[in-house]
Design a protein around this ligand. Sequence first.
Ligand code: PLP
Length: 387
Amino acid sequence: MQNWLEIEKRHDSGVYNKHELVIVRGKGARVWDIEGREYIDCVGGYGVANVGHSNPEVVKAIQEQAETLMILPQTLPSAKRAEFYQTLTRLTPEGLVRVFPTNSGTESVEGALKFARAATGRKKFISTMRAFHGRTFGSVSLTWEKKYRQPFEPVVGPVEFVPYNDVEALRAAVDEETAAVVIEPVQGEGGVRPATPEFLQAAREVTREKGALLILDEIQTGFGRTGKLFALEHYGVVPDILTLAKGIGGGMPMGAIVMTDAVADGMPKGGHGTTFGGNPLAMAAGVAAMRYIEENRLWERAAELGGWFMEELRRIDSPKVREVRGKGLMVGMELKEKSAPYITRLEKEHAVLTLAAGPTVIRFLPPLVIEKADLERVVEAVREVLA
Ligand SMILES: *Cc1c(COP(=O)(O)O)cnc(C)c1O
């Protein structure tokens, strides 16, 4: 048998720290390695696999569309693209009715920044400390972590970072030069930190007052993850631009920028574009995934299981735990020490896959279809590695 782990490591770019295993298959909230060992997957493709791995409805839609038509640029209208737009804008808040389809999260943010500059004629962006918005030049400019940003400077500017949840600092930062304020309703990569209602509401108010736009980045929080279809529903705040990706396509690499008429109309014809974005194959996957989430009300499942899961994690009586926080099935356990050794032990000793969120947090982003019995096993595993 080929040593796929060695081959991958030899030829890989080397930017990732890798687990010492080779995964070959997934179903629901479980994945299997090449030796047949079964894992409970709380990585969930970094929060992509909301409908479960290889969801049968999504697989069927992809199979049918692959046999029909895979690629069609946006100059040529497509029935699948129209259906995707209709499905998506029925789910987004009132007023968010225009869609630019993308192929990833960072592309959604990148495009949103261009739409914001075009619509406002302004240049400055406000981001938050510990924010994560992606890796390409525009989105990485709004990303807080220095090692993601500093080696690649000059990045896009001007960008001002304000402390997350600091209403006064935010109000002071937004002025007549500001094109947009960009916020994750729950910071993911930055440590699983929910926004306060006051912060998001102030962001909405001050952007309106100053003629700037509000961009909510729901790439990780969207599609049921936090216990609502979109996290903004927890806050009653509607942005001018919503950036989406991750869970939107049930595993298909894709994303979307959803915006108001006013924002979309501010972009000149030909001012933005994409070859792959809006292709019928991705559109079919997106329609199937959104329909599955809606029909099975997966956000309710996330709210119920997530609330229970966080309570159980909080009941683990360990001096190593600083805090358990999150919303729905977007959960972080912050330790008083580095989380990496515990993530490794969860995998090796208990066949539970988790991920980090900064140096000290164990993050859980399981498929929203996960069974309660699996989450019970995860709680037990965490209890044992912390003992
Ligand atoms: C993952 C993520 C991104 C970047 O998405 P990619 O598909 O990895 O480019 C941007 N913003 C947030 C909030 C994310 O969680």
